[in-house]
Design a protein around this ligand. Structure first.
Ligand SMILES: [Zn+2]
Length: 104
């Protein structure tokens, strides 16, 4: 497993562990994430790409949008924009849940 895949696995486990509570997932560092292949109709914690202005998904949201942003701390998620490939560095405060719908 790559460090980027390991970060996904660790964050997904933390997001599942806090479901149903007000607990936050604290980002203390910048976490590079493995490239995601979003599935139509799923919810993802996402951020806006400064390069192409689209919203790009970072990691699966197991709350299906119920918890809009469970992240806090001074760290960030770093991931490639699914539209343009540019690296996005999303601080904890800039992350939000987004319902992914494939566009033609
Ligand atoms: Zn982009």
């Amino acid at each position: 497993m790559t460090p980027e895949e390991n970060n996904i696995r660790g964050l997904e486990a933390a997001l599942i562990a806090r479901l149903g509570s007000a607990a936050k997932v604290t980002l203390n560092d910048t976490y590079p994430l493995a490239k995601l292949q979003p599935a139509n109709g799923n919810w993802y914690y996402s951020a806006k790409c400064e390069q192409c202005r689209s919203i790009s998904p970072a990691i699966f949201d197991p709350s299906s949008g119920k918890d809009n942003n469970p992240f806090n701390g001074n760290g960030a998620l770093c991931f490639a924009c699914v539209r343009c490939g540019e690296d996005i560095v999303a601080r904890a405060s800039a992350i939000f849940s987004y319902h992914w719908i494939d566009q033609e």
